[in-house]
Write a protein that binds this ligand. Sequence first.
Ligand SMILES: Nc1ncnc2c1ncn2[C@@H]1O[C@H](COP(=O)(O)OP(=O)(O)OP(=O)(O)O)[C@@H](O)[C@H]1O
Ligand SMILES: [Mg+2]
Length: 254
Amino acid sequence: MVKVMAVIAVYSSKGGVGKTTIATNLGWCSAQLAARRTLLWDLDPADGAGFMFALEAQRKRQARSLFAGDIPAATLIQPSSYAGLDLLPADSSLRELDSMLLRMGQRHRIAMLSKQLARSYDRLILDCPLVLNELSAQVMRAATLVIVPLPPSPLSARALDHVVEEIRRHTTRPPPILPVYSMVDRRRSLHLEALAANPAWPAIPMVSSLEQCAVQRRPIGTFAPRTPAALAFGRLWEGIERKLAQITATPAPG
Ligand SMILES: Nc1ncnc2c1ncn2[C@@H]1O[C@H](COP(=O)(O)OP(=O)(O)OP(=O)(O)O)[C@@H](O)[C@H]1O
Ligand SMILES: [Mg+2]
């Protein structure tokens, strides 16, 4: 079987819905459970992914220079403490990334960079900022699959429609979307209703061990591997791999 690189964007137009928690834990699952050479690429100037993996904060504000082509990715990429998982961390210079991409006028800049990174990685996982703009449009053009974290509420379907609409507006060939319920509390009837409305959507439970990821600065699989939340991430990753296999089953031209 030919190995094909995949770009997995974790994206929502809403803040605080679990994007960074999902992106970082999926990065670990990809590298450690599936033995994929994985790069977690943080596009959010808040640098949540770097924090979650206990990387030193970047002193030089260089992240933006990668997009301008001024420095190679290798200058910025850092190994994590886990085999197979590297990070391309963010810093505050990414606050100006959106306007810079617009000025550059290269609509596929992130897709081009992803192709270059594909020489060294099987899976790129993008932790995206929440704004809908040139940056998110470029992410959608680069993505093989878009994960949309949704807190379970009857409003989730509407939030998802919103993302779908935005993606359609920005791409000629919209990438497939996988909605994921991100903070599920099965004691709440509203959450159960939301789950029943979309039984095929994967679900990650709302548990303190996932909050602990940001305290311990480690993915859940490293400190609570047999818990329902860690197992839910393992299943989510398997589902993603199955989806990627379907998507990439169509042979590329040439
Ligand atoms: N399943 C969960 N159970 C418990 N807490 C969670 C869960 N998912 C996320 N959290 C917590 O919710 C908060 C927001 O999560 P996170 O930072 O992953 O969201 P985000 O969408 O990346 O936010 P932002 O838009 O600010 O980047 C964090 O404190 C995180 O620890
Ligand atoms: Mg985040």
